[in-house]
Design a binder for this molecule. Structure first.
Ligand SMILES: NC(=O)c1ccc[n+]([C@@H]2O[C@H](COP(=O)([O-])OP(=O)(O)OC[C@H]3O[C@@H](n4cnc5c(N)ncnc54)[C@H](O)[C@@H]3O)[C@@H](O)[C@H]2O)c1
Length: 455
């Protein structure tokens, strides 16, 4: 059997045949198999923007040269896809037509890093044309598209992996361990508040994320990360969401505006003015290719077409009875989050400042308070690399042959769905003023206990 032609089913069957080797040493099982060692993932990317470039390209090839090869690149913007190829040093062909790429290249893995509202097109069609999917969050932006993905996965027998890198940050993994160890007894409620600062937060109002129809609003685009963490930490499925949200700060709320920063006559008076010409990467990735699609990377944060919320709050009930108070603010002086888990035996508090101009601590701190007992400070060192070192651990899991999953961090289509469904429910709740049941949105029946994905 030519390893290049091994389908996922054949692969699983063949893996069964080498089960003897696995039993001897499960941790080394993958490297003991010549079949698996020879089989490189043939990867294509659709959406060659900044996430694909920073997370899913050259570094992946450098880190796992014997496990992956990039065989095709596709983007709707012909200039950007050519630049991506040149800047990554990839030698594979480029396309602006997705169907053509899939039919000519026949990749076995497709990485989806396009604008959120288009993910479903590539996930569904990608599986139909024979690829397993690695998709960026959010998996998609509404419940119909979500259902289409769930149906396509079942129909094709292919697999969707959602890259929830936040689960892999060392301090969040430690929180998961402490919660499972019963350190605070049974979790009863969670207070979770996320603050985006005037740089990162504002960035969502500059480009496509500012439109609900492109990113599903920050309830979906951004909060999918936070809702996925909750689902993972609480280890139950969400049942119902009630939410409110308004646009109080950005968009129409200002006295002046322009199309984008470069030609803006209000530069001197605007705290949100950004000089993109000083950012070589953005100039080469975006500005140089504006002529093809009009994508302005330094768009005005005061544009009147902005239709997402910049201040959001939700109450989320879980199937196991846990209730969550969640909020997201997008114009804070600092970036980070506070979370507290209340339990039958105590409370766990975490306060993470992701950008702290005053103090740069080399660790993240978890405070464990026991009822009638002690207060313990647990310091978890963090790495400077992407998302506290989480991005690297996630890639090791996806490409590096790491098969163990002791903290249940692997995320499949159900995880991808349940995190966005909280955001979709919250968005609907804002629009209708009514609570929204997760079970009313798709065929997924939320359970008291989370179903684990296999990695
Ligand atoms: N996990 C994380 O922490 C994280 C961080 C950043 C971005 N992301 C996700 O990655 C994805 C990409 O984000 P980005 O910041 O790179 O955006 P981007 O705008 O830089 O890149 C998106 C690319 O998709 C292309 N595109 C859009 N529609 C297309 C279509 N129909 N066909 C082909 N190409 C199309 C655009 O031309 C662009 O090159 C988003 O889904 C985003 O949510 C995840």
């Amino acid at each position: 059997m030519n390893p290049k032609n091994v389908s996922r089913r054949d692969f699983i069957a063949a893996s069964g045949a080498i089960a003897g080797a696995m039993l001897v040493n499960p941790l080394n099982a993958v490297s003991t198999s010549p079949l698996i060692a020879d089989k490189k993932k043939r990867i294509a990317i659709v959406g060659t923007g900044s996430r694909a470039k920073g997370m899913w390209s050259s570094e992946v090839l450098q880190a796992y040269p014997d496990k992956v090869e990039f065989v095709g690149l596709c983007d709707i913007n012909p200039g950007r896809v050519e630049y991506f190829k040149k800047s990554t040093g990839f030698t594979c062909p480029t396309f602006t037509d997705f169907e053509k790429m899939m039919k000519e290249i026949k990749p076995d893995t497709l990485i989806v890093t396009t604008v959120d509202a288009t993910h479903h097109e590539f996930i569904v069609r990608g599986m139909e044309l024979g690829a397993d999917i690695i998709t960026e969050k959010p998996m998609t932006t509404d419940e119909q598209k979500c259902q289409a993905i769930l149906d396509a996965e079942k129909r094709t027998g292919k697999k969707v992996t959602v890259t929830f890198n936040y689960r892999y940050s060392p301090h969040r993994a430690k929180m998961y361990e402490l919660l499972r160890s019963g350190a605070i007894g049974d979790i009863t409620s969670v207070d979770f508040h996320w603050y985006l600062d005037t740089s990162h937060g504002a960035d969502y109002f500059r480009r496509w994320h500012r439109l609900k129809e492109k990113g599903g609003s920050l309830w979906v685009h951004k909060a999918t990360h936070h809702f996925d963490l909750l689902n993972w930490w609480i280890e139950s499925d969400p049942a119902e969401v009630f939410a409110t949200g308004t646009l109080d700060f950005y968009g129409k709320n200002h006295s002046f505006r322009h199309t984008h920063c470069r030609p803006c006559p209000h530069k001197e008076n605007c705290n949100f003015y950004t000089d993109i010409t000083k950012n070589k990467n953005y100039m080469e990735l975006y500005v140089a290719h504006e002529k093809h699609d009009g994508y302005l990377r330094d768009g005005c944060v005061w544009k009147e077409d902005i239709n997402i919320y910049d201040k959001m709050a939700a109450t989320i009930k879980y199937q196991n009875g846990v209730q969550v108070s969640y909020s997201l603010t997008t114009y804070s002086p600092y970036e980070g989050y506070r979370i507290a888990f209340n339990g039958t035996k105590g409370r766990m508090d975490v306060w993470i400042e992701e950008s702290n101009p005053i103090e740069d601590k080399p660790y993240d701190e978890i405070v464990l308070n026991k009822n009638f007992g002690t207060r313990e400070f647990i310091r978890v060192p963090h790495s400077k690399s992407g998302h506290g070192g989480g991005d690297k651990l996630l890639k090791d899991k996806i490409f590096g042959g790491v098969t163990e999953d002791p903290l249940n961090q692997a995320a499949n289509v159900r995880d991808g769905a349940l995190s966005i469904l909280i955001g979709i429910a919250a968005r609907k709740s804002c629009e209708t003023g009514q609570p929204v049941k997760i079970s009313d949105l798709t065929s997924i029946k939320p359970g008291v206990k989370r179903q684990f994905a296999t990695s």
